[in-house]
Design a protein around this ligand. Structure first.
Ligand code: FES
Length: 54
């Protein structure tokens, strides 16, 4: 794997891919076509974009 990328796997869909290091998870989700609700536009108000990292 490229040293500048990380493997990210979203559950429950199982969608995965190598993502450039340094981008946040909501950007990673968009790159992989995973739909995470972001009702407040990522302003840290609504809490809809919360994910659990395992
Ligand atoms: S989109 Fe609202 S807190 Fe993240």
């Amino acid at each position: 794997m490229d040293q500048n990328k990380a493997m990210v796997i979203f559950q429950p869909s199982g969608r995965r891919g190598e993502i450039p290091k340094g981008i946040n998870l909501i950007e990673a989700s968009r790159l992989l076509g995973v739909d995470i609700e972001a009702l407040c536009g990522e302003k840290k108000v609504c809490g809809k974009c919360i994910v659990r990292i395992e």
